[in-house]
Design a protein. Structure first.
Length: 451
């Protein structure tokens, strides 16, 4: 198709979606916002696409995802008639082909290659990949995909090393944000870890695969913290595949629950609830901390679906499991009283009890471990936002002082977005002394971050 040849493929997809050009443009803008792209496409742009003009490759990928979400099935860039990625390796990265160790190797290789990074960073978050048929009730997710592995060879020492590195990376992540640690995690995965897995494929212990799966899950969370949502999804799917390969139901449940949190944060509530339900259903015998994490997230998605009674029941389950947790850790699936209080606040917010949510958020900030600077900053910002919403502007201005103390230490797109939202919420109250002073502080932090 030349630049002057009409695009019947895109026209057919618009008809299937029952969309006008303006609706497609708005949907592309919305998907772009998930990637941190400020797009302002309108009907005229789509008219040019229909006439044969082709957008940049990353925009055609956004258009395909927008149409897929509307139609309810995967849509490739080729189907849109717009320019897409042509390299098989790059197409695999965008589609998220799940091939366990091979996919991890390819993904980390691309993530550490400056020439491939421009393609990878524009990977789009695909909602269709959250509801794949093999995740249904008829096919349990966590069935071992192999015969029992040998009890000798590569395994326990390397697994313990990966577990220790995961703890170290997680400790840095929660204190300083994903922007400070993500590249180091990927470099470690691309180097030692994938070398072990490729070189000793036949003698890799399940414990090592489980440890790697959790580290890959952490890498995904760091990506989402930097608003690299499509890339985060790629790591999450690889992590889930590794958990499936070694048959570790607890790790698989943690990954599914992490994916649920990610989907929920992006506003994909139905998919988030499906993932949270699946995580609880597939968990098997798990540690009490893990069970608390799973039920806490399921409480949030259940409340978002309108089931207040069910949400409160899951919160009680989370509380019971947490009371029986006698260990602390740092990594995917970590759960403690501050997290429980935050989940309680989200449930109360979803059910309309903003004053109750404010009290729960205060409790969450109070119990937040000193090392978890990012969580404390995000929770504090959310508390201030709700206080503004119910008219407690002076209280919100005072609350935001805690956010300002933590902000300079953090390299996190989520925290930066929280700062921008606080400024927007406080702006109408600039004539109030406390709000004016806080807005000035937030402006200083914004300028420092931009320098």
């Amino acid at each position: 198709m030349t630049a002057h040849t009409p695009n019947p493929r895109l026209r057919a997809l618009l008809d299937e979606a029952s969309w006008t050009g303006q609706r497609l443009a708005e949907a592309v803008n919305a998907v772009g916002r998930e990637r941190g792209m400020a797009l302002t496409y309108g009907r005229a742009t789509v008219s040019r696409w229909l006439a044969g003009t082709r957008p940049p490759p990353q925009i055609s990928t956004l258009a395909a995802e927008a149409l897929a979400r509307r139609i309810g099935r995967p849509v490739t860039t080729a189907e849109t008639g717009l320019i897409g990625l042509t390299s098989p390796a790059e197409m695999a990265l965008v589609r998220g082909d799940r091939r366990g160790v091979l996919e991890l190797t390819e993904l980390c290789s691309a993530d550490t290659d400056p020439t491939r990074w421009p393609t990878l960073r524009h990977t789009v978050y695909h909602v269709a990949q959250l509801s794949m048929p093999e995740w249904g009730k008829e096919t349990p997710v966590m069935q071992p995909a192999h015969a029992p592995r040998p009890t000798t060879g590569l395994g326990p020492p390397q697994a313990e090393m990966v577990e220790a590195m995961t703890t170290a990376f997680c400790t840095a992540d929660i204190a300083f944000g994903g922007g400070h640690t993500r590249t180091a995690v990927v470099a470690y995965l691309a180097g030692d870890v994938t070398l072990w897995l490729r070189t000793h494929r036949a003698v890799v212990h399940d414990r090592l695969l489980s440890a790697v799966a959790l580290l890959v899950c952490l890498a995904g969370s760091m990506c989402s913290d930097e608003y690299l949502h499509g890339l985060a999804q790629r790591y999450q799917l690889v992590s889930l595949g590794l958990a499936h390969e070694c048959g570790n139901g607890e790790v698989g449940a943690i990954v599914l629950c992490t994916m649920s949190e990610h989907a929920y944060g992006l506003g994909h509530l139905r998919e988030a609830h499906m993932l949270a339900e699946l995580a609880v259903r597939e968990q098997g015998r798990v540690a009490h901390m893990t069970a608390a994490f799973l039920h806490g997230q399921l409480a949030v998605t259940t409340a978002a679906s309108g089931d207040r009674r069910g949400a409160l029941a899951h919160l009680r389950q989370a509380e019971r499991h947490l009371a029986r947790t006698d260990t602390s850790s740092c990594g995917p699936g970590t759960y403690h009283p501050a997290e429980l209080a935050r989940h309680h606040a989200e449930v109360l917010t979803a059910t309309g009890d903003l004053n109750g949510a404010i009290e729960s958020l205060k409790e969450s900030v109070l119990h937040c471990p000193p090392s978890e600077r990012r969580a404390r900053a995000l929770t504090t910002a959310r508390l201030a936002e709700l206080q503004i919403q119910v008219g407690l502007v002076e209280a919100a201005s005072s609350t935001a002082q805690g956010f300002c103390r933590d902000y300079p230490y953090l390299h996190s797109a989520r925290v930066t977005a929280a700062l921008e939202l606080l400024r927007a919420r406080l702006a109408p109250y600039r004539r109030t002394a406390g709000a004016r002073e806080m807005l000035d502080q937030l402006e200083v932090l914004t300028r420092r971050g931009a320098s």
